[in-house]
Design a protein around this ligand. Sequence first.
Ligand code: HEC
Length: 115
Amino acid sequence: MRLLIMIPMLLSALYGDFITTDEYAKMLYKNPRGIGCDKCHGEHGEGMVISIYVKDGKEYELKAPRINNISMKKFLAAFKKRSDLMPEYYLTTEEKAHLYYYLTKDSKKENSDEN
Ligand code: HEC
């Protein structure tokens, strides 16, 4: 009898969610089967300078834009168009939704901290 009671507990320990949605979404952002989004767009999608180059004696910054304050439509569109700078990813709709969740969740937090 005691064993029967333990079975669901064992099953949930074996197959249950080991990580939360938040953890999963963050993991995906840093390791989306390719170079991590954070390497170019910053830790929380705040955008960052990827590199600085000099052309004709003038300094230019190569930037990855801020992506934690854009619409879902704009976010998804970025995966459809070809870019010279951003790598191509093969992510499922669910994965993209998690990435968007991760980014906008943090952006809301940041904004509320500021205000
Ligand atoms: C090698 C650097 C690099 C990596 C890695 C990268 N991006 Fe980008 N991304 C860019 C650059 C640069 C742009 C600006 C548009 C362009 O040049 O294509 C951009 C544009 C975008 C845009 C469009 C922003 C807008 O305002 O329209 C989104 C959304 C985006 N990236 C999301 C992601 C996500 C999510 C990941 C990870 C799965 C990622 N990027 C990985 C460099 C990168």
